[in-house]
Ligand binder design. Structure first.
Ligand code: ATP
Ligand code: MG
Length: 384
């Protein structure tokens, strides 16, 4: 019996005139996520079918598809001849061994001799006769058997609807540059923007040799997990070692993080413009740490000239962020011990509410432009 996967898409439905644009992106993303598998993608009214894959790969393919944004739900279906005996053979495989059920039928082919009601009634009867532990419950069944009569004498029979990632297809909502650390939050922030259709590229700051190669590998590993949702991405790495050394040498130690973050945002904005990204994305959440107070955010934001800084986690509790990171598969990597550049030369007491006047006075001791130029000399591009 041939297996096919039915794909139903999400919010794109609403997009009227732009629907072609959304669907093209959606289809491209499906192809990208299934690269390496043999299959065929067929468009049907309001949905897609994946056929022609090797049976043994169906579970893997479903796992990949569950990460494609814009996908509302999917089902693994049996494709059979549309006579009732063949439909019954497939329905037996779909039905649970015991419990309550109902049959929902749909005729794509209106020339089929039975009405949808007839099909449901007849198939229900056949299943009841076959297995006496089953009972019909049309209001709250424990499982449903779906029958879909197609053209050319074929029918699809399936059971569970598997929930997809929903959201919008990546590539339909511009491009953002994610400031990605080795922590828990930033990969989740990137995932949330991708869910709304944004193309996400990553920028990571390191302090090699104060931070080691494992720290870099960790960020590559995080980006690799994230890229399954973003349909591929680039990770750019930039060294800020010389900037931290300059701050350490010349400025008040309690302003290390504040000053460093202002450099990060400046570098990020310039790099975003170079790669055509329209915004910066961070994993900041209000009040989580000293640098994420509203004053801290204002201080780092104020060096960004004209790109918006999106903080999709700003109102989230840490526990909510952790829950998401477990779900998307980044948590286990994020909690591995690592040295972030922000922990190098860390003061005992960071300033929680430094005034802008104080910050500017300290910054005036530094050759800001020279340090930024030097940082760009260290940039590396990694294709994930
Ligand atoms: P995360 O878990 O994402 O590291 P955090 O709670 O540790 O966040 P901070 O270290 O203050 O918080 O970082 C806040 C945000 O700044 C991060 O979410 C990330 O977007 C950005 N950021 C921090 N460190 C780096 C880094 N080394 N490279 C790139 N971006 C960074
Ligand atoms: Mg961090």
């Amino acid at each position: 019996m041939k297996k096919v996967i039915i794909i139903r898409y999400a919010e794109m439905y609403l997009k009227g005139k732009n629907r072609g644009f959304f669907e093209n992106a959606f289809v491209n993303n499906i192809h990208r996520s299934l690269r390496g598998y043999e299959y065929e993608l067929i468009r049907q009214s309001g949905r897609y079918l994946i056929c022609g894959f090797e049976d043994g790969y169906s579970a893997e393919i479903i796992e990949k598809l569950k990460k494609v944004f814009g996908l509302h739900s999917l089902s693994l279906a049996y494709e059979v001849d549309s006579d009732m005996d063949s439909i019954f053979e497939a329905a037996k495989l779909v039905a649970k061994p015991t419990g309550t059920f109902k049959v929902i039928s749909h005729r794509g082919d209106k020339t089929y001799p039975l009405t949808s009601m007839d099909i449901s009634r007849k198939l229900g009867g056949m299943l009841l006769a076959e297995n006496h532990t089953l009972t019909v419950d049309v209001h709250a069944p424990s499982f449903v058997v779906y029958v879909d009569i197609r053209e050319q004498g074929k029918a699809l029979v399936f059971g569970d609807m598997i929930e997809g990632a929903n959201g919008m297809p990546v590539g339909t909502a511009g491009k953002g540059l994610l400031l990605i650390s080795g922590g828990i939050d930033s990969p989740v922030a990137g995932h949330m923007m991708a869910k709304r259709g944004m193309n996400v590229e990553g920028l990571h700051f390191h302090s090699y040799p104060y931070t080691n190669m494992q720290a870099k590998q960790k960020v590559i590993d995080l980006a690799t997990v994230l890229s399954e949702y973003t349909c591929g991405m680039h990770l750019y790495t930039v060294s800020v070692t010389h900037i931290q050394e300059a701050i350490h040498e010349k400025c008040k130690p309690q302003l290390m993080i504040t000053l460093l973050r202002r450099f990060m945002f400046r570098i990020a904005e310039r790099h975003a413009k170079k790669i055509g990204a329209q915004c910066l994305v961070t994993g900041e959440s209000l009040g989580q740490v000293a640098s994420q107070t509203i004053e801290g955010m204002t201080s780092s934001n104020s060096v960004v000239e004209d790109l918006p800084v999106l903080r999709p986690l700003v109102g989230f509790d840490k526990s909510e962020i952790i829950e998401r990171s477990v779900k998307i598969g980044t948590y286990d990597i994020s909690i591995l011990p690592y040295e972030d550049c922000c922990t190098v030369f860390l003061p005992d007491y960071p300033a929680i509410r430094p005034t802008l006047k104080e910050i500017l006075a300290e910054e005036a001791k530094l050759d800001v432009e020279g340090l930024i130029a030097q940082a760009f000399d260290t940039i590396e591009k990694i294709k994930i």
